[in-house]
Design a protein around this ligand. Structure first.
Ligand code: GDP
Length: 423
C-alpha cells in the first residue's frame, strides 16, 4: 500500500516521532495533516535529541520531501525559527525542495495567542488545558471564514485586506475585554517579512501530493496529538481543535480518500497532558513512579504528564475510529518493576451499568475494571527479538492484542532508533 498513516491512539505523546522516523526511511513524502506547533515529536538521533514542532519528522532523512499540509495551522514566526534551528543543527532545510508548505494552510497570529490565554482565563467549569499557542482561535477563524492562509503572505494587497477584516472583527471585542487590539500595519509588516522568508516553500501541496499518489510514490502521513484529542471523536470538550484521527488525513492534505495502512501508536501504559477525563489515571505513588520512569514531561511545554494503566476500552474505540490495522506498542521498557500490570477491560458507569464502549459523556465518572497480569523486573531495552522478552512481558503484549483485537508486530523498548523489538 503506497500510503501509511501514523496516528496516536490516546491523547498524544505515544512516541509517534520515533515511529515516523523509523518508517520515513522508506517514504518519499512525509506529511503533517493537522495541528500546529503545540505538537512535539522527539527524535533521538545519533547526533542527540531533536524536538520537532511543525516540521515533519522526515526532515532528518535526505531523500524525503516533507509537507506541511493545508490542515495544519502555521505560526509563520515560529516556523522561521524552527527552520533556522534545524539548519543550526546541520540539517539541510531547503524550502521548495525538501520542505513544502501548503498555500492553503491557515496562519496563527499573535492576536490568536492573546485570545487563547484570555479564553482559558475566563472559562467557567474548568480549563481545557490548551498550550496557549493560538491554535484553537486560528482554527475558529478558519471556520468563521476570516482566516489568513499562507498564500496570503505573498501578496501585500490581499494580505492587508485580510488583516483589516480580522482587525474589524476582533478589535470590536478585544478592546472592551482589555485585550491588546491588532495594529493592522504592524501585523502586515511582520507577516510580509515571514512570507518573504518562506516564499520558496509555499505551493499547492495538494496538487503535489495527488500527483505523487498517482505516480505510486510512498506517502507517510504524520498525525499530531491522538485520536482521543480529535475534535469530533475525542473526549470533547477536552480535545484539540483539529481532526487528529485518520479522518483529518484526507481533508488536511487534499489527497483523495483511498485505502491506506493505518498504524496506531500506543504506549504500554496511558498518559494525558492537560485537563479532561482519564479513567485509568493513577493519582498515587505508582503514577509518580510511572512519570519518573517514563520521563513523562511534555516535549513542547515541559508540563508533567498524567499517568495511568493501559486502557483497552479506549484503545479499542480509537482503533476502530482510526481504522488502525495494527498497534505499535512503545515504552514497554518503562514498565520494568511494576507489578501487577493492570489492563482496564470495562467501565462501570454512574448508573451502575457496565460497558466496554467509550461513552461520549461522564467519562470522568467511569470506574475502570481491571484484568491484572504479573509484571517483569528485567531490563528489556536491549532486547530485539520477541522470543527474548521475559515471559510476563510477552504475556502482557499478547493480552493487549487479545483485548483490543489489534496485532502488535513492533514494540519499542527505548527512545533510540534501533531500540525496537520485531516479531
Ligand atoms: P510523540 O508526540 O507521539 O512523538 O511523542 P513524544 O515524542 O512527545 O514523546 C515520546 C517520548 O518518549 C520521547 O521523549 C521519546 O524519545 C520517548 N520514547 C519513544 N519511544 C520510547 C520507548 O520505547 N521507551 C522509552 N523509554 N522512551 C521512548
Amino acid at each position: 500500500m503506497p500510503t501509511t498513516c501514523v496516528v496516536g491512539i490516546l491523547w498524544g505523546d505515544e512516541g509517534k516521532g520515533k515511529v515516523i522516523d523509523y518508517l520515513a526511511a522508506e517514504a518519499d513524502f512525509v506529511v503533517r495533516y493537522g495541528g500546529g506547533h503545540n505538537a512535539g515529536h522527539t527524535l533521538i538521533l545519533p547526533s542527540g535529541k531533536l524536538v520537532l514542532h511543525l516540521v515533519p519528522s522526515g526532515i532528518v532523512h535526505t531523500h524525503t520531501r516533507n509537507v506541511i499540509g493545508n490542515g495544519v495551522v502555521v505560526d509563520p514566526v515560529h516556523l522561521c525559527g524552527e527552520i533556522e534551528s534545524l539548519r543550526g543543527r546541520g540539517i539541510a532545510v531547503e524550502l521548495g525542495r525538501n520542505l513544502l508548505l501548503s498555500e492553503r494552510a491557515h496562519v496563527i497570529l499573535e492576536a490568536h495567542r492573546r485570545q487563547d490565554h484570555w479564553a482559558e482565563s475566563v472559562r467557567s467549569g474548568g480549563r481545557i488545558g490548551t498550550t496557549g499557542r493560538g491554535i484553537g482561535p486560528a482554527y475558529a477563524d478558519r471556520c468563521s471564514r476570516i482566516g489568513l492562509r499562507l498564500g496570503d503572505l505573498l501578496d501585500e494587497a490581499r494580505l492587508r485586506r485580510g488583516v483589516q477584516v480580522i482587525a474589524e472583527q476582533k478589535n470590536a471585542w478585544f478592546e472592551p475585554v482589555g485585550l491588546e487590539p491588532l495594529q493592522v500595519d504592524a501585523v502586515v509588516e511582520q507577516l510580509l517579512a515571514a512570507g518573504a522568508k518562506l516564499r520558496a516553500g509555499i505551493v499547492d501541496t495538494g496538487g503535489v501530493l495527488r500527483r505523487a499518489f498517482a505516480d505510486g510514490k510512498r506517502v507517510l502521513l504524520e498525525g499530531a496529538q491522538g485520536c482521543l484529542l480529535d475534535l469530533e471523536h475525542g473526549t470533547y470538550p477536552f480535545v484539540t481543535s483539529s481532526h487528529a484521527s485518520t479522518g483529518g488525513a484526507f481533508s488536511g492534505t487534499g489527497l483523495p480518500p483511498h485505502v491506506m495502512r493505518v498504524v496506531g501508536i500506543a504506549k504500554a501504559y496511558a498518559t494525558r497532558v492537560g485537563e479532561g477525563p482519564f479513567p485509568t489515571e493513577l493519582n498515587n505513588e505508582t503514577g509518580e513512579r510511572l512519570r519518573a520512569a517514563g520521563k513523562e514531561y511534555g516535549s513542547t511545554t515541559g508540563r508533567p504528564r498524567r499517568c495511568g494503566w493501559f486502557d483497552t476500552v479506549a484503545v479499542r474505540y480509537s482503533g476502530a475510529v482510526s481504522g488502525a490495522s495494527e498497534l505499535v506498542l512503545t515504552n514497554l521498557d518503562v514498565l520494568r518493576g511494576f507489578a501487577p500490570l493492570r489492563l482496564a477491560v470495562a467501565y462501570r458507569l454512574p448508573d451502575g451499568t457496565r460497558t466496554t464502549d467509550l461513552p461520549a459523556f461522564d467519562l470522568d465518572r467511569a470506574v475502570p475494571e481491571f484484568e491484572d497480569l504479573p509484571g517483569f523486573d528485567v531490563d528489556v531495552s536491549e532486547v530485539r527479538r520477541f522470543e527474548d522478552l521475559p515471559a510476563n512481558a510477552r504475556n502482557y503484549v499478547q493480552a493487549i492484542e487479545r483485548l483490543t483485537g489489534l496485532p502488535i508486530r513492533t514494540i519499542s523498548v527505548g527512545p533510540g532508533r534501533n531500540q525496537v523489538v520485531l516479531r
